[in-house]
Write a protein that binds this ligand. Structure first.
Ligand code: IMP
Length: 503
């Protein structure tokens, strides 16, 4: 019998742009369980991960905590560059040096600080057991440790820590395994174990409490040295070459050339420079929305492509610049062109539901990049706040007035010093999404079910089915879209957010 629906190439008619919500996928035959579905994919030529999830290089989305959590969960974080070279490098280093259970950036004090300082830190950060080093920084000689026991009966808050710290130190040597630390702490009944190098300098801290709640992350995205994978955004500006060098030294695994319109001589030169200078580091170029743009960047030597111009939740590019493309159409055409060269595509922006991710993958993307979805997670930068009883976090476009004022907007060929700035994004707030670990587990399980419904066990076979025209699509009318969403209720509880929504 003739299959229903149409091939993807017949869905996307010339002269018309569709997005995820405009299309629907025909069900396939199920002969396996969701648990049999593999989500392993490639984000660039040489980088494979177990979850097709990448976080946006935005200053309200990806810093070290997001990149660590996402890599542990099997995805990849791209550290933003709305900061100084030193700051960005520090964030990348923290990801690369992260060891599950080892605190590689502990709070450290000098012996001259006071009990009052310690009490303040304890109140703000909720932990005790602070290592004391000669000059109060990491990588300086360890001279003591102060725990609750040392200050419990001290009445004078102005006393320097030098007078109360414990100096009979039990330490572990750099290179120690977590099992060994565990054993040392168990035997000595201590709560904190400083790790020092061969010159006695503090390099990390392990904590009994952390080890006890330590989880295993079998899906973690790691490099050949077993360090977590980490990406970083860079610009095409010649003055950013120092940044590129410093990031490479810090061990970054993939550069993402962050530009809203990637088809430029600047980008082609930057790709050539990166591949010549750092051939072992993958380069994801973009953003592009047409096969022609993609072809130019592939010819220049990129290892991956980022697709999207205008679909972002905070984005006003299409309205302001009159340029862009419907994201479904863009993902399909760029993926089809890139597949001929074996270059993976990341569908960037406009993802707010599991169904959007499933559709992006079905249209040929190997992974998706999300901003708003991850901005509400506890691991994104910034604090939660409440508005009308809803727990929120701030989220802003990198070309919003606010972000450009603090040095953003590099991806839009604008200068922070420019007299007139044209924003292409807004700032706003997103709801609390809990921890990245729970969010990724939820998205992954949903994706497995979606792939099962389509009848495919993994992302490469889904791609093949789309290319061969086996996977069938249909365009949804407005009323079909309305029918497919929640309708005709007074209110309901949003399953993603656990919050009541009005229709
Ligand atoms: P979201 O996942 O829909 O929130 O979209 C995130 C994506 O929007 C990012 O990965 C960028 O590609 C894009 N983006 C970030 N900042 C801006 C902006 O200010 N204007 C337009 N697009 C932006």
């Amino acid at each position: 019998m003739e299959p229903d629906g149409v091939m993807a190439k017949d869905l996307f008619k010339p002269g018309e742009g569709l997005t995820y919500d405009d299309l629907i996928i025909m069900p396939g035959f199920i002969e396996f369980a969701p648990a049999d579905v593999s989500l392993t994919t490639r984000v660039s030529r040489n980088i494979a991960v177990r979850r097709p999830l990448v976080s946006s290089p935005m200053d309200t989305v990806t810093e070290d905590r997001m990149a660590i959590a996402l890599a542990l969960a099997g995805g990849l974080g791209i550290i933003h560059y709305n900061n100084t070279v030193e700051e960005q490098v520090k964030l990348v280093r923290r990801v690369k040096r992260f060891e599950n259970g080892m605190i590689t950036d502990p709070v450290v004090l000098s012996p001259n600080r006071t009990i009052a300082d310690l009490k303040r830190i304890k109140k703000e950060q909720g932990f005790s057991g602070i290592p004391i080093t000669e000059d109060g920084t990491l990588n300086s000689k360890l001279v003591g440790i102060v725990t609750n026991r040392d200050i419990d009966f001290e009445a004078v808050d102005t006393k320097p820590l030098r007078e109360v710290m414990s100096t009979d130190l039990l330490t572990a040597k750099k290179g120690v395994t977590l099992e060994q630390c565990n054993e040392l702490m168990r035997k000595s009944k201590r709560g904190k174990l400083p790790v020092i190098d061969d010159k006695g300098r503090l390099v990390a801290l392990t904590s009994r409490r952390d080890l006890l709640k330590n989880r295993d992350f079998p899906e973690a995205s790691k490099d050949k040295n077993s360090q977590l994978l980490c990406g970083a955004a860079v610009s095409t500006k010649p003055q950013d070459r120092d940044r590129i060098g410093a990031l490479a030294e810090a061990g970054v695994n993939v550069f993402v050339i962050d530009s809203a319109q990637g088809w430029s001589s600047y980008q082609i030169e930057t790709i050539a420079y990166l591949k010549k200078t750092w051939p072992a580091i993958d380069v994801i170029a973009g953003n592009v929305v047409t096969a022609r743009q993609a072809g130019a960047l592939i010819d220049a030597g990129c290892d991956g492509l980022r697709v999207g111009m205008g679909p972002g939740s905070i984005c006003t590019t299409q309205e302001m610049m009159a340029v862009g493309r419907g994201q479904g159409t863009a993902v399909f055409h760029v993926s089809a062109a890139a597949a001929k060269h074996g270059i993976p595509v990341i569908a960037d922006g406009g993802i707010s539901l599991i169904g959007h991710i499933a559709k992006a993958l079905a249209l040929g993307a190997s992974a998706v990049m999300c901003g708003s979805l991850f901005a509400g997670a506890s691991e994104s930068p910034g604090e939660y706040f409440y508005r009308e009883g809803v727990r929120l976090k701030r989220y802003r476009g990198m070309a919003s007035i606010e972000a450009m004022k603090s040095g953003g907007g590099k991806r839009y060929f604008t200068e922070a010093t420019q007299k007139v700035q044209i924003p292409q994004g807004v700032s706003g707030a997103v709801p609390d999404r809990g921890s990245v670990h729970d969010l990724v587990a939820y998205l992954s399980e949903g994706l497995r079910l979606a792939l099962q419904d389509m009848g495919y066990r993994d992302i490469p076979s889904l791609h093949k089915a789309t290319q061969k025209g086996e996977l069938r699509f249909e365009r949804r009318s407005h009323s079909a879209q309305r029918e497919g969403a929640v309708h005709d209720l007074h209110s309901y509880v949003d399953p993603q957010l656990g919050q009541k929504s009005e229709l």
